[in-house]
Design a protein around this ligand. Structure first.
Ligand code: FEO
Length: 386
């Protein structure tokens, strides 16, 4: 990994390849990076650290980058343990370091760590600056992006925004890997609930001349920044990113899945270019949740179960609700061999979301597609294309 951000700034973070589930729920097949940045000027400042599980490798990187110099400041942008898990070790290594955070940082810090902050805290507020020599960090609160103590730092001599979790991505820090899919999955599932605070941060960022974005996960962004800022504006406004249909399916024995596949073909046959078909059973739902936010329409297809809906569909819809899914057109397909109940349960969850239009007809399949239910599916395909 290229660790040079500039002559004076090093990336000393770690790629976690061992982690199976980020936040104990989101699969990360290519791992996740915990980014940590070191500014070497007349004074030295470290911006954030890594998860405790990766502390050893990060410590080696820190020692090599400092090359015997003393560390003056640790800027704590975000206290979540994937970034603050190594504070205790840092204080053993650099007992003279000053901790830079806002009032909320220092009120929350003792909840996580038994460390002495008396005499080593530098409490900053919105717009305060810290001079390191040529480099100067100015702090902007980014409350609820994604915790209440989050702040970002703008370094004015090199025009760099250290953006905390914002603009982060699952996977590696390799800038050659496609950014959008894993950044969308990260944003929607981790930060998605907090669209309004992200909008506030974007307004602050619009007032800065930014040439580089250094997030706490994924690659450093150096080119075409308008593209990334634009996607963050779309996602945090809950606007669809593009026209398309997600079909999310929860099937027990495969018959609902066959109907969902047939529905996908009906849509493609009628000219719908973007049809994403996902099976929810046996999967954690973060990818399907991200695709739901990506497209302007969705069809949910599920088996009935215990007087309600197959639990993986219930979980999927609850995730959508908690991430503030809204302003979309949605079709419903249920399957029930006797007394179908899935449509009612799905409708109830969808009606708890803002500006959801449920399309007619709601399709009921009894075990397998019949000529009548296939016709009903055709009518739903027509309705969602309008
Ligand atoms: Fe990467 Fe909200 O922690």
């Amino acid at each position: 990994m290229d660790r040079t951000i500039s002559e004076a700034i090093r990336s000393i973070g770690v790629q976690d390849e061992q982690i199976r589930l980020f936040e104990n729920q989101y699969r990360v097949p290519r791992g996740i990076s915990y980014n940590s940045y070191l500014i070497l000027d007349e004074k030295t400042a470290l911006l954030d650290m890594v998860d405790a599980s990766c502390c050893g490798e990060w410590e080696e990187n820190l020692k090599a980058a400092l090359a015997g110099r003393r560390l003056d400041y640790l800027v704590i942008s975000h206290l979540e343990p994937d970034h603050s898990g190594s504070i205790k070790r840092l204080l053993e290594l650099c007992p003279e370091v000053k901790l830079v955070g806002n009032a909320k940082t220092f009120s929350m810090l003792p909840q996580f760590l038994d460390v002495e902050t008396e005499g080593r805290s530098v409490v900053v507020k919105e717009g305060d600056s810290l001079s390191l020599g040529t480099h100067r960090l100015t702090f902007y609160l980014a409350l609820m992006v994604h915790w209440p103590e989050v702040m970002v730092s703008y370094e004015s001599s090199e025009k760099i925004l250290f953006s905390a979790d914002a603009f982060g991505r699952f996977g590696t820090p390799d800038a050659d890997e496609p950014w959008e899919d894993e950044a969308r999955r990260y944003y929607v599932n981790i930060v998605g609930k907090y669209g309004a605070p992200v909008q506030t941060l974007l307004k602050k960022a619009a007032g800065l001349d930014i040439q580089t974005i250094c997030p706490l996960h994924g690659p450093v962004l150096r080119h075409n920044l308008g593209h990334y800022l634009g996607l963050y504006d779309t996602w945090s406004s809950y606007r669809p990113e593009e026209r398309g249909v997600l079909i999310a399916c929860a099937s027990i024995h495969g018959n609902t899945w066959k109907a969902a596949q047939e529905l996908a073909e009906m849509l493609r046959g009628r000219g719908e270019e973007n049809v994403a078909l996902y099976s929810l059973a046996g999967e954690e739902p973060s990818q399907a949740v991200a695709e739901a936010f990506r497209y302007d329409r969705m069809i949910v297809a599920a088996s009935s179960y215990d007087g309600g809906v197959f639990p993986c569909m219930q979980e999927f819809l609850q995730h959508l609700q908690s991430k503030m899914y809204q302003n979309r057109r949605v079709g419903i397909v249920e399957n029930g061999s006797w007394g179908p109940t899935a449509a009612r349960a799905m409708r109830q969850l969808l009606e708890g979301m803002k500006d959801i239009t449920i399309l007619e007809p709601v399709v009921t399949i009894k075990s397998t597609l019949s000529p009548e239910s296939r016709q009903s599916l055709e009518r739903l395909a027509e309705a969602i294309l309008q």
